[in-house]
Design a protein around this ligand. Structure first.
Ligand SMILES: Nc1nc2c([nH]c(=O)n2[C@H]2C[C@H](O)[C@@H](COP(=O)(O)OP(=O)(O)OP(=O)(O)O)O2)c(=O)[nH]1
Ligand SMILES: [Mg+2]
Length: 314
């Protein structure tokens, strides 16, 4: 039981260099979770603000001075012998040359290489959060032309993660549009997830996106996909997605939205509270634009998901 165990608050930095590589270090053999790889960081001192602890730990452990850090994800994990709250920050600007100041092994690795290292169990969702971007574009369209036009706008926005959810096409058009979209995504190195409700051949996709209804009919994580995500509307659905071991979720609607006028918006406060209970990257969806990213990050979200959010120039 974790009830009378103290929760250890730990500041953790996912440090990225100019080439997008991430810094990992190896925990000392004798330490808790010893010998495993980690993102540098350490325990908060009494009454120490988390960003101050982050700056101090990263200076002590790897000799860098943090210039810009944004919240990435918070993980609550009970190891049995210790309960940790990993308060993970994305460090995107720093000064100094990183080195293992405590004699620990250190590597700069590409995000896809993170899979090759053994991390503590609590790190699984941190690694997913580090590998996926802050924007998740949802592709819809009333016709084949409309869908392809929207796809081009989304790609021009710079989005690198896309869900194919073109629901109203005749079946013959659907597969054809999907193949064109998957080719465009491949050319531009965009990760493509297919909505599981669509009857398309998903061989060319990197992932599957489950509606909340499809999520609740799954007994295990669908096999064979690099990414599996789900749409959620409440804490139970988020918990179910986490328990299945999905990579990320979308939570909606955060604000009022014309596409779902009957759904009551959660609001930022409820979003923040729900995300405190979940160890999963979660995109905020519904009535939001790309300009809401900072607010979503501050609420503990991975970023912004949207349909129309990626169709305008701003
Ligand atoms: N820094 C860091 N800690 C992690 C990660 N994953 C994970 O489960 N942890 C756990 C291991 C430890 O129980 C705890 C971090 O505590 P720590 O012992 O490293 O703290 P510290 O740097 O202040 O070390 P010390 O002063 O006590 O030597 O969080 C991670 O990626 N980075
Ligand atoms: Mg440490």
């Amino acid at each position: 039981m974790s009830t009378n165990k103290q929760r250890l608050h730990v500041a953790v930095g996912v440090i990225r260099d100019g080439d997008g590589r991430i810094l990992i270090t190896q925990r000392a053999k004798h330490a808790h979770q010893g010998g495993l790889w980690e993102f540098p960081g350490g325990k908060l001192e009494a009454d120490e603000p988390v960003q101050q602890a982050l700056a101090r730990e990263l200076a002590e452990e790897v000799g860098i001075q943090v210039q810009t850090a944004t919240p990435l994800i918070k993980i609550n994990h009970d190891y049995g012998d210790r309960h940790v709250l990993l308060d993970v920050w994305s460090v995107t600007a720093f000064s100094g040359q990183a080195s293992g100041c405590e004699g620990q092994a250190m590597r700069w690795v590409n995000v896809e290489q993170l899979q090759e290292f053994s991390f503590p169990a609590a790190n699984v969702p941190i690694i997913a959060a580090a590998q996926i971007p802050h924007y998740y574009a949802i592709l819809e369209g009333r016709s084949a032309d409309d869908a392809l036009n929207n796809c081009n706008k989304i790609l021009a926005s710079g989005a690198k993660l896309l869900q194919f959810r073109v629901k109203s096409l005749p079946i013959a058009d659907l597969q054809n549009v999907f193949e064109q979209v998957s080719q465009l995504c491949r050319q531009q190195q965009v990760s493509l997830l297919v909505n599981a409700d669509l009857p398309v051949d998903t061989a060319n996709a990197q992932g599957l996106h489950l509606s909340s209804r499809a999520l609740l009919t799954c007994n295990e994580r669908p096999n064979g996909y690099r990414w599996v995500a789900a749409s959620c509307h409440n804490l139970d659905e988020l918990r179910y997605a986490e328990a299945l071991g999905l990579d990320f979720a979308v939570l909606a609607p955060v604000q009022a939205t014309a596409s779902h006028p009957d759904a009551a918006p959660l609001g930022w406060q409820t979003l923040t509270e729900l995300l405190e209970h979940i160890n999963l990257p979660v995109f905020a969806l519904g009535g939001l634009g790309r300009q809401d990213l900072d607010r979503a990050l501050a609420a503990g979200a991975q970023g912004i998901a949207g349909i129309s959010a990626f169709l305008s120039d701003d």
